[in-house]
Each structure stands twice: as structure tokens, then as C-alpha cells.
Design a protein around this ligand. Structure first.
Ligand SMILES: C[S@@+](CC[C@H](N)C(=O)[O-])C[C@H]1O[C@@H](n2cnc3c(N)ncnc32)[C@H](O)[C@@H]1O
Length: 233
């Protein structure tokens, strides 16, 4: 498989369904101004291949965070690793506004944003271009009839494996037990991904470099957080 070019047919997966809101309230004036000033400078191109080396030539690694919410985690990781390109995707516009504020306040130079469906960006990333894919506390869609709306599907797992280089990591966290089971079951079957856990504590304990997310803090799920990590074989 290779990254899509402009004339590649759209992916076969269904449309993104919003669990929360795409736009809930009027943006604060400062955030609205950043949409006009900062976002155009750091936006992932709307079409064509998404090449980490083109986005940040000096980067030594490239990560993607899918569904960054308010961007607190994305900004914190970017601040700790200025040499790593952080691609963040989030369709919730107030979340993008919040992330822009964090990026601006901290003067971060290594973040690129896509204000939309991450799958549109993934499809344009070349094979093996990333060191890490992060899906942290995704929308749980707990009702069985909505499970098909979950971000983690065999198709998305195949894309994660495709864009990761061998040795790269796919990290998934949730506080919904059924979503952890769902992801584990599918990721264990996904070609190119191997679960790194050896013992139970490995999925109960946050990763050493984990930064607590805003949604995680809300504790809305039915279990303490579960941290699943898979290595690209
Ligand atoms: C429950 S929130 C968690 C936000 C953040 N990761 C946190 O832990 O605070 C899930 C986020 O994923 C976003 N999302 C859902 N589908 C997405 C997609 N296809 N691409 C990118 N983001 C998506 C939603 O808009 C929402 O902000």
C-alpha cells in the first residue's frame, strides 16, 4: 500500500459520526483570531501526500495524535520533545481553538494541525513515516448499534500499521472496558501489530511518558484507565 495521491479514490470506511459536538459555542475572540493567523501557518495541507519531512525538515521523529480534544496532551508532548513533529487531528472546532491557544502561548514550533477527520490525513501519510500513533480516550460509542462508529476498526488499525515504521508504537487508552476489549481483540488480529504487554500491570499503569488528558481526568467511563500499546513488527 502507498499513500494516496490526489486522484486516489476516497477510503471505503463510513463517514465520521460526531459523538459530541463539532462546534458547540462561539469561539473566544483570541482563539478566533488564531484561526486566521496561526492555523494557516501550521495546518496540514488539505491535499496531496502528508510527508513529515516536508512539514518539518529538522524533525527526528513524527507522531500523530488522533482526536486531541482541547490539545493539552498534544501541546505537553510537543513541549517535551521539540525535535519531534506532532501532527494533531481534531474536528471539534472549539478543541482546535483551544489547541491553537496552547501552541501560541508555549511558542511551539513542532505542531501541525488538521481541523477534521484524522482518517483523511492518515490516508495521505506515506508508509512507515511515523514513530507513533496515539488514540487517547476516543469517543466510546457504548451502545452496540453504534460500535461501527468507533474510531478503532480493522480498516483504521491497518492504516496505523501502514503508517508506522517497524518498531513504531500504536498507543490506545480508554476508561470504557468494552472499548478496551474491542480494540485488543481487533489489534491482536491486525497484521503488523504486536501487543507489548507481558503482565496485567502493563495495561493498568500509564506509560512512563504519558500525560494525563482532559477527558481522562473526567473519569466518565466504567473502569480505571486501560493503556494498550502495540509495536509495529
Ligand atoms: C472523548 S474525546 C477525547 C479527547 C482527548 N483525547 C482527551 O483525552 O481529552 C474524543 C475526541 O476525538 C475526536 N474525534 C472523533 N472522531 C475523530 C476522527 N475521525 N478524527 C479525529 N478526531 C476525532 C472528537 O471530536 C473528540 O474531541
Amino acid at each position: 500500500m502507498s499513500a494516496s495521491s490526489d486522484d486516489t479514490p476516497p477510503p471505503t470506511w463510513g463517514p465520521m459520526r460526531s459523538y459530541g459536538r463539532i462546534k458547540s459555542r462561539t469561539l473566544k475572540p483570541r482563539q478566533a483570531a488564531l484561526f486566521d493567523s496561526l492555523l494557516p501557518q501550521i495546518a496540514v495541507p488539505e491535499a496531496g501526500p502528508v510527508e513529515p519531512r516536508a512539514l518539518m525538515p529538522e524533525a527526528t521523529a513524527a507522531w500523530i495524535e488522533i482526536g486531541f480534544g482541547g490539545g493539552e496532551h498534544l501541546a505537553a508532548q510537543a513541549e517535551q520533545r521539540p525535535d519531534t513533529l506532532m501532527i494533531g487531528c481534531e474536528p471539534f472546532l472549539n478543541g482546535v481553538g483551544s489547541a491553537l491557544r496552547h501552541i501560541d502561548e508555549r511558542g511551539l514550533k513542532n505542531v501541525r494541525l488538521h481541523a477534521g477527520d484524522a482518517r483523511d490525513v492518515l490516508a495521505r501519510i506515506p508508509d512507515g513515516a511515523l514513530e507513533r500513533v496515539m488514540v487517547l480516550f476516543p469517543d466510546p460509542w457504548p451502545k452496540a448499534r453504534h460500535h461501527k462508529r468507533r474510531l478503532v476498526q480493522p480498516e483504521t488499525l491497518a492504516e496505523f500499521a501502514r503508517v508506522l515504521r517497524p518498531g513504531g508504537l500504536f498507543r490506545f487508552a480508554t476508561d470504557w472496558k468494552d472499548y478496551a476489549d474491542w480494540t485488543l481483540e481487533r489489534a491482536l488480529k491486525a497484521p503488523g501489530l504486536r501487543w507489548t504487554a507481558d503482565e496485567a500491570d502493563d495495561w493498568r499503569t500509564p506509560w512512563a511518558d504519558h500525560v494525563t488528558t482532559r477527558y481522562e481526568e473526567k473519569k466518565l467511563g466504567d473502569t480505571p484507565p486501560i493503556f494498550l500499546e502495540f509495536i509495529r513488527t
